[in-house]
Every structure is written in C-alpha cells, then in structure tokens.
Write a protein that binds this ligand. Structure first.
Ligand code: SF4
Length: 230
C-alpha cells in the first residue's frame, strides 16, 4: 500500500474508533501563541494553571509586556522554565508591538499560512509546531502540527524514518494527510498517544492500528511481556 493510502486508512480507522473531531475556534491567535509557549516541556494542566495565574496577575497583554520578566516568571512558575519562558513572552510581545503597533495577531488568519510561519518562526521560542498549532486551532488552517505524541506515533507507525525530527516529520507528513483531515488526524493521534500509544508502555493490544503498525507488540507471555519501543 502506498503511503498516501496508508495515511488515509489510518485517518479513517481512527475516526471510526474515536469519532471525527470537528474543528472549533479556540480563541485569539495571540493568546494561543502565549499558551503554546507556556506548554513547552510541560503538561496541559501545568500550562493551564500558569496561564490562569498570568491572566489573574495582569489585566491585559500590554501590562504583561511592560512588566519585569521576574514578575511574569513568578506568575507562570507552575509551567516550569519560568525564567526562560517569561523572557520569551516579553520579547515576543515587544516585537509584535514594535512591528505591528498593537498587541493583536488576529490578522495572521488572513495571511498565507507559509508567510505567517516564516514571519513568526524568526522569533526565539516560536517554532514550526507552535505556529502550526496557532494556525490550526485559531484560524482553521488545514495544517498538521507535530507535537510530541504525533511525532512518536508517526515514527512507530513507520510513516517517517525513525530518526526524523519533529520538523522533518511535519514536512514529510503534511503532503500525505488527506485534504481537510489535518485537524482530525492530529486530534486523534493526540488521543491515541494519551490513552493507548503512550511513550513508555503502549497498549498495542487495545490499538485500532495494531495490524498496520510495524512497531506493534502483543503481549503473549505475562512473565516476559514485550512492548513497542521508540
Ligand atoms: S500498535 Fe502499538 S506502537 Fe503501534 S500505534 Fe498502536 S499502540 Fe502505538
């Protein structure tokens, strides 16, 4: 089976198993960008706590931009790497304000997605994944973000080489994802990664892709169970 048909079948199987996720607007691009910075190297819960504390401490983005980085770090500490992330947030807000004259990124939804990616990935802390997430969730762009779950699963499924970086995985996968299905496949891979194809111990026996996955391992001996490896 060629790779296009394989990705198409995987998309369909996951929709049959988990349902077809429907895109819903996740809010403003600037908020999403900051949220994605906070999410780096932590889990969703810590990210959300940090974001809530940031919003509680500062009434608007301008106040965040003008605050000392140490005050922002204090607010976002639950997300980890607080000093690094706070400085990045201040730098990004300053750059946006200086470049566009306002702390508002709604206009990126009207830009060519590639132009938005090229423009904003020049900023420290903003990578391809971050911009793909913002464009997909806030603008409804048919783009396939590769986060840690998606990266792991694509490699385990043999859709990309085992040593492919997350960025390389994005470039290899995007042309293979059926048109209009980036959101569905991303969300269903996320669900699969959180519930079944976990990093340490995938439960292949419960996986809807078990018969099309070259990394699948079925436990046959409970004394010596084997699992798929990264
Ligand atoms: S069969 Fe196992 S390794 Fe393959 S995708 Fe499913 S859970 Fe992951």
């Amino acid at each position: 089976m060629d790779s296009l048909r394989r990705v198409s079948e995987i998309t369909e199987r996951l929709e049959n198993a988990f349902g077809e996720p429907r895109w819903r607007d996740r809010g403003k691009p600037l908020a999403s960008l900051i949220l994605t910075i906070l999410s780096q190297s932590t889990n969703d819960n810590n990210r959300d706590v940090a974001y809530a504390r940031l919003k509680e401490r500062f009434p608007d983005w301008e106040s965040v931009m003008r605050a000392p980085a140490s005050e922002i770090a204090d607010a976002i500490r639950p997300a980890g790497l607080a000093n690094q992330k706070s400085q990045r947030i201040v730098d990004i807000l300053n750059w946006i304000f200086t470049t566009y004259g306002a702390l508002d990124l709604d206009f990126i939804c009207d830009m060519e997605p590639q132009q938005a990616i090229d423009t904003f990935t020049q900023l420290k802390g903003v990578g391809l994944k971050t911009m793909s997430v913002v464009l997909m969730f806030c603008c409804g762009v048919d783009i396939f973000p590769v986060d840690t779950h998606v990266h792991r699963i694509c490699r385990r499924l043999g859709l990309v080489p085992h040593n492919a970086s997350a960025e390389k995985t994005h470039h290899l996968m995007q042309p293979q994802v059926p048109a209009g299905k980036s959101y569905s496949l991303h969300m269903n891979f996320l669900h699969l990664g959180r519930t079944i194809c976990q990093a340490r111990k995938p439960r292949c026996v419960a996986c809807p892709l078990v018969d099309v996955c070259p990394s699948a391992r079925i436990e046959t001996d409970t004394r010596n169970s084997s699992t798929a490896l990264d």
